[in-house]
Design a protein around this ligand. Structure first.
Ligand code: BGC
Length: 754
């Protein structure tokens, strides 16, 4: 096959035998696509993902040592990067990740993972983006766009509803259609519609009884037919349990191979697989290979290790969220002559990424202590504790308290050791180890000037110990350049600008999903429906330690001139001016929430529908414009099996966290005009609320006045009963003549709608 023409001709499924087509629907080995060399189809590598490249050195999953991979830049996992609220930065991270794939000849990197953090105990929360689908989708799309701009594919995962690790390979996630559409699917939907990821990886679990790999509704009806997905779907590793059912459902690729291609061949021969479906699935694999050809044929490319480390550092700086800062204890002036104590093993041995399939071998590593050395800043260090769940070591405690005693500022590095959270299991507590809290209390008793720096992948409670600290930096997992990024923030070269992508509850038992966590007897009911994270806390006025969207800065800001203009029947445009009222350059994130008015279904009190991070010099102002489309106001109606915007008043809130709203402005929408046909089972109240039904109700009143029909009761209590009655129950209230009234209403309606 010649590839020298300007428009090269590539093989097509028409050139393949049945056996060759079947072979393409399973991997070549654990980390490669299947090749058909003599037909010009190469078997490119695909590998993890998601916060940098884990190019495995093994070809067989059974011999895979997850830590045995080629060096690659380790960026902050999504728990950190999601706090940046900076899509442009995230795209940049994607671009450089794509360059590393080109060097390593990896055609598809397995990420990003955009599952919702339903419960902060979830084992993979560290590599997922948010409790909010809008934020998750609008951030993670940057990874897809960035990587794919380099001619390399991504694999958006895990589609869908991998929200826990307990029983993850088979648990049946029972989720209402509304919660799926409003919470668990929109991040995938947004990324598919705006960036067309080359591949999607399905999840292990079942959704409403059907394994994702075999879920035709998910992989074909929704993903391809509704959203217009053009790429291929692969299984999570070992998630394909029935090759034939999966292929029929819309799964192109089983990973890793189970050496069962003969099942596909037999099924295609005996009609259990439609030959056209096999052709579509196999052609998808050929198209994927073709898309990657250009980048995969670049030889000798070397990425710039230092430049990529700098991107990792910037990403880490913007991932840090400052939760409190009493007495402006931060930043510390490095030339101010302050005596510093650094306590906590994490300062020397950083926890910078999570455990499991995403584990990367970094190209470099800078701890906070390394960063102090680089800057020539002196500090006394004591590890204080070991990075495990073993009991406190009294000698380490004593040394730490001594070290902290006469420092001017104590920087205490606390957090979750590696064994406390990972892919593969869920946490059982939100607390950091008791020995660390005990050490903090002892240190604070000697020296109140304590700054806590937290390292953790998913939320930890701060409630039990926050009073013992003057400042808290939630630094999540910061990737390989985290030490330098922390030094940038601590010493004021950068102002913290991270905002929480996840609420910090006071107690895990406040979490709305706890009643159904992690499920039982093979299933988990998502009983909280759409009330996940702040959607629950804010609607039900539940106190939290720090709300969604929250984060402090060294600067101060003002949001003013907020205006909302209607741009269509159900759309609006929001403008606001944000001013840096300090002399510190910094960034603030303007957040737009939509609060519905009176609604037919229970809706969260407000939901994030837009945001923009604004970088401002001292005293500078900028005006942002955020467009709200129809979806911003809609809910998923199970009645219409569609999105629905009710007519009426909505409030647009502009603020800097879900609980710090600077301005609320009402906007009245026309609604989308959807209505259900009325019938004998519709209540009298529904007839009255419907535009056509209301005319019939008017006619009923007139007929009553004329004496042609029974008069309707007019006292309040009877009216209340009437309104809740399907009209076929009218005889219960009106006696036999109620039957005439029912017939009259149905006839009138038929006449008006014919
Ligand atoms: C994980 C995926 C990962 C795959 C390959 C699975 O166990 O769930 O996220 O991409 O392994 O390592």
């Amino acid at each position: 096959m010649s590839e020298t023409n300007a428009t090269p001709t590539y093989p097509s499924v028409k050139d393949l035998t049945l056996e060759e087509k079947a072979s393409l629907t399973s991997g070549g080995d654990a980390w490669h696509l299947q090749s058909v060399e003599h037909k010009g189809i190469p078997g490119y590598m695909i590998t993890d993902g998601p916060h940098g490249l884990r190019k495995s050195l093994a070809s067989n999953t059974s011999e895979t040592d997850l830590n045995d991979s080629v060096p690659a830049t380790c960026f902050p996992p999504a728990a950190g990067l999601s706090s940046s609220w900076n899509p442009a930065l995230i795209r940049k991270v994607g671009e450089v990740m794509g360059e590393e794939c080109v060097q390593e000849k990896v055609a598809v990197i397995l990420g990003p993972g955009v599952n919702i953090k339903r419960n902060p105990l979830g084992g993979r929360c560290f590599e997922y983006w948010s409790e909010d689908p809008y934020l998750a989708g609008h951030e993670a799309v940057g990874i897809v766009e960035g990587v794919q701009s380099k001619g390399v594919g991504t694999s958006l995962k895990h589609f869908a509803a991998n929200n826990q690790e307990t029983d993850r390979l088979r648990v049946d996630a029972r989720i209402s259609q509304r919660a799926l559409r409003e919470i668990y699917l929109p991040a995938f939907e947004h990324i598919v519609k705006t960036a067309q990821p080359w591949t999607i990886m399905c999840s292990y679990n079942r959704i409403n009884g059907v394994h994702s790999a075999q879920n035709h509704w998910l992989l074909t009806d929704v993903l391809r037919d509704e959203w217009g997905f053009k790429g291929i779907v692969m299984s999570d590793w070992g998630a394909d349990h029935d090759r034939v059912a999966s292929l029929n459902a819309g799964l192109n690729l089983e990973m890793p191979p189970s050496y069962t291609d003969d099942q596909i061949v037999y099924a295609a021969r005996d009609g259990r697989i439609d030959p056209a479906q096999l052709d579509r699935m196999a052609q998808g694999m050929i198209d994927l290979t073709n898309k990657a050809r250009a980048a995969m044929s670049i030889d000798g490319y070397r990425f710039d290790v230092d430049a990529h480390d700098e991107v990792a550092r910037q990403a880490a700086v913007e991932s840090i969220v400052m939760l409190k800062n009493e007495d402006a204890i931060l930043p510390i002036d490095p030339a101010g002559g302050k005596k510093l104590a650094v306590i906590g093993e994490f300062a020397r041995t950083p926890r910078y990424q999570g455990g499991g399939s995403s584990h990367i071998t970094p190209t470099k590593m800078t701890s906070f202590l390394d960063a102090l050395d680089e800057r020539g800043i002196k500090a006394d260090f004591a590890p204080g504790f070991t990075l495990d769940l073993a009991p406190a070591d009294s000698a380490l405690t004593l040394e730490a308290v001594e070290t902290a005693r006469d420092a001017d500022v104590v920087l205490m590095f606390l957090g979750l050791p590696e064994e406390a959270e990972s892919e593969g299991f869920d946490r059982t507590t939100l607390d950091i180890p008791a020995k660390q809290i005990e050490l903090l209390r002892q240190v604070a008793a000697e020296n109140p000037n304590v700054v806590v720096v937290l390292s953790n992948g998913s939320v930890v409670t701060v409630h039990p110990w926050a009073d013992a600290s003057k400042s808290i930096l939630e630094s999540w997992l910061l990737g390989q350049a985290g030490g330098r990024a922390l030094a940038d923030v601590v010493f004021g070269e950068a102002s913290p600008s991270g905002k929480l992508a996840q609420s910090i509850p006071m107690d895990i038992n406040d979490d709305p999903s706890m009643l159904n966590w992690p499920g039982e007897e093979g299933h988990v009911d998502y009983g909280e429906g759409v009330f996940v994270g702040y959607r629950y806390y804010d609607t039900y006025n539940k106190a939290v330690d720090y709300p969604f969207g929250y984060g402090l800065s060294y600067a101060t800001f003002e949001i003013g001139d907020v205006a909302v203009a209607k741009t269509g029947a159900n759309t609006a445009s929001v403008t606001a001016t944000v001013t840096n009222t300090s002399d510190t350059p910094a960034a603030e994130t303007v957040q737009v929430y939509v609060a519905p008015g009176k609604a037919d279904v229970a809706r969260p009190v407000h939901e994030l529908k837009g945001f923009e991070k604004v970088f401002l010099g001292a005293g500078e102002s900028k005006t942002v414009t955020i467009e709200l489309n129809e979806r911003a106001f809609a809910y998923w109606s199970e009645k219409y099996n569609d999105w629905h915007v009710e007519a009426g008043e909505y409030t647009v809130e502009v603020g800097v966290s879900s609980r710090d709203i600077a301005a609320s402005i009402a906007v009245t929408l026309d609604g989308d005009g959807k209505s259900m046909p009325l019938n004998e089972w519709s209540t009298f109240g529904e007839w009255s609320a419907d535009p056509v039904g209301a005319k019939v109700v008017e006619a009923v009143g007139a007929a009553g006045e004329r004496g042609d029909m029974p008069k309707l009761p007019d006292n309040d209590m009877m009216r209340l009963f009437l309104n809740s009655m399907p009209i076929n129950s009218l005889p219960t209230l009106l006696g036999e003549s109620g039957k005439d009234l029912t017939a009259f209403m149905l006839d009138e309606y038929a006449a008006l709608t014919k």
